[in-house]
Design a protein around this ligand. Structure first.
Ligand code: NCD
Length: 407
């Protein structure tokens, strides 16, 4: 039995899967592996089932080893590769599910680089983008993504409406549901509001940013842009992970859903994450997320291979958090002098919108070969296409995606 436990442990490590998830996927029994360790009896037919799962997971017929396997071989078959109805957070995802979405997005990166950028994958489906908060790139990106997949896309701008969390929001959800949308993309100013709507509708819900909570597609697109850049620099690892990569996120961490989703995503992929902000803009207790905390930007840059700058989210600030934008730039702005303190090839990222001359100098934002800020925007469309495609597979009766429970 020790052999089997070791095989399972090894399998989970290689595929970035938790043992709870393993138990759930194979036997629909979350505590199975821990109970096995504690001496639980197991039938030989169950042992066979577990071995068959691990063998099939490694590729059809087990012929392909996980290291060299293609997308078909590296992830659980069919809908088990992504058994979620909604995409509400990075926190809900296993590492292999993140890798799966990144892998799926590659086909759309390729399509988007062609002269004719069209697929009929989602033809006949209706996607509603319900944005209760202002947005340029995220809304546009989701709209383009849906249209390139052939869906009918409708945008609902509710930024100026008086809809707030509570009953009215639920009424809105019920209305959207009655229109029989096939996927709803929601941005909302309140943390948790998207999850609330998700519980009231019958179709997949995608979180396009909820308050200070999460912005999962942003973290996924950042990971994809980073992966492409590392490939270009010849530094990418073949398993798609960022093992040991040092990433510094600097700016208004307190109000940033981008920071939260990125910390979770980058860590899931093996990166070491540092966060840097003035004390007033650093969330209390953030060390529980396993990040290294800095208040001095120079120190946070020493050894950084990637630096991700964040905007001061003035609209979320209740009161005065920084003395002045000038002083902020002086202490926390990414300037040429500061960048020189980081690793020589340090990659520069920013989710946008940027405040040039505040958190980042213009020449650094546009620095050729180092800044991947526009690549992030490009990858955003591909990631959103992947998410919309994957989340609607069950409803579209894609072979292998019809069965199984949501998690
Ligand atoms: C971010 C957001 O809205 O959370 N922007 C984005 O989606 N690209 C960050 C921000 O507003 O500063």
């Amino acid at each position: 039995m020790t052999d089997l436990i070791e095989e399972i442990a090894d399998f989970c490590t290689r595929h970035g899967m938790s043992e709870t998830r393993f138990g759930e996927l194979v036997l629909n029994d979350k505590p199975f592996v821990s109970q096995l360790r504690a001496g639980r009896d197991i039938r030989s037919s169950t042992v066979e089932k577990i071995r068959a799962f691990m063998r099939d997971f490694a590729g059809p017929g087990g012929a392909v080893s996980p290291d060299q396997a293609s997308i078909g071989g590296r992830f659980p078959a069919g809908g088990r590769a992504f058994p979620h109805r909604d995409l509400l957070s990075i926190g809900q995802l296993e590492t292999h599910e993140i890798l799966f979405l990144l892998e799926e997005a590659e086909q759309w990166v390729a399509l988007n680089r062609q002269a004719t950028k069209h697929s009929d994958a989602l033809a006949g489906l209706t996607i509603i983008n319900a944005f209760f908060e202002n947005s340029t790139r995220t809304l546009l990106s989701f709209e383009i993504a849906g249209k390139r997949l052939g869906a009918d896309v409708v945008n609902m701008h509710a930024a100026q409406s008086s809809v707030k969390k509570g009953e009215t929001l639920i009424d809105t959800a019920v209305t959207l549901n009655a229109m029989r949308a096939d996927a709803i993309v929601i941005r909302h100013g309140s943390s948790g509001a998207v999850g609330l709507i998700g519980g009231k509708v019958d179709c997949p819900v995608l979180n396009a940013g909820d308050g200070q909570h999460e912005h999962p597609t942003q973290a996924l697109l950042d990971a994809l842009a980073l992966r492409h850049k590392l490939q270009q620099q010849g530094r990418a690892s073949s398993d798609g992970m960022f093992n040991g990569l040092t990433v510094t996120i600097c700016g208004d961490i307190l109000h940033s859903r981008v920071a939260r989703s990125n910390i979770l995503c980058l860590q899931a992929l093996g990166a070491k994450v540092r966060v840097c902000a003035p004390p007033a803009l650093m969330p209390a207790g953030i060390e529980a997320m396993g990040v290294e905390i800095f208040h001095h930007f120079d120190a946070a840059l020493d050894g950084a291979e990637v630096v991700m700058m964040l905007r001061l989210q003035n609209e979320r600030m209740d009161g005065q958090f920084i003395p002045s934008p000038r002083e902020y730039r002086h202490l926390y702005g990414l300037t040429a002098n500061r960048l020189a303190l980081a690793e020589p090839d340090c990659i520069i990222m920013h989710p946008g919108p940027m405040n040039r001359g505040v958190e980042i100098d213009s020449d650094i934002a546009d620095l050729k070969g180092r800044s991947i800020i526009t690549d992030q925007v490009e990858m955003g469309v591909a990631i959103r296409m992947a998410c919309l495609d994957v989340l609607t597979r069950k409803a579209r009766k894609t072979p292998g995606w019809g069965e199984g429970e949501w998690v």
